[in-house]
Design a protein around this ligand. Sequence first.
Ligand code: SF4
Ligand code: SF4
Length: 259
Amino acid sequence: MGYMERNAEKRIDPTLLVEGAKSIISVLVYYNPGNPSVSTVPPKISRYALSADYHVVVKDMLFKLLDLLRNEYGSVSGRAFVDSAPVLERAWAEKAGLGWIGKNGLLINQKLGSYVFIGELIVNLEIEPSNEVAPNRCGICTKCIESCPTGAIVAPKVVDARKCISYLTIEKKSSLTEEEKSMLNGWCFGCDICQEVCPWNSKRNEAPNEKLKIIPKIANLSPEKLTSMSESDFASTFGETSILRTGFLKFIRNINQSE
Ligand code: SF4
Ligand code: SF4
């Protein structure tokens, strides 16, 4: 959270991120891996983390897009961002007409739902902006607010990170308090509950992108294997995924609390 405050200016002004920035190209990449047992039977892992690290996969896609722009328009300067820099990614995706911010605080696309990664390419190329902002289609639904086991969605679009299982299992650096340990509800990495209950995610088509398909050795992990994992098992199982960034000690800490 402190990181966001320290980078507040850059989050608002893209020219502080890319000199001469004129356009932000916002993209969504669908990743839903379906309904694997590793995300439904404790200790549970959030669906987004079951495939190759999205930071790498989506950035590669953005670099290819930058190459295409260069082929078409000549010299174009740009930088790709995937959840890695002080970027207002949901707000920009919404502004680009890619969806609306749901009451669970996530970007929802009418066709894809919310199991999407957001990426941005900030370029010094003037591009006609998209003017069609998608209407908010949450309507009177409050399923995510009602289903959050910790009451972390304290108001529509407002998630209290201190109560959010995703934050507690992935971001929180210090040890978990006794109260926090009791809040994990079977999750050892992330939490998908407020997405699972969302009607806009009811279609469970698997992501077509080969690189974002669930890694077979992770799909086949049993709860027993997860709970008895050594550090070297952890590295060989999750080496390609974003889970590796969290580190073995935190992962095991979560597993011990999530049973
Ligand atoms: S990720 Fe889980 S804990 Fe966090 S707001 Fe959604 S349902 Fe609640
Ligand atoms: S569960 Fe309902 S209220 Fe929550 S984000 Fe989805 S549509 Fe919106």
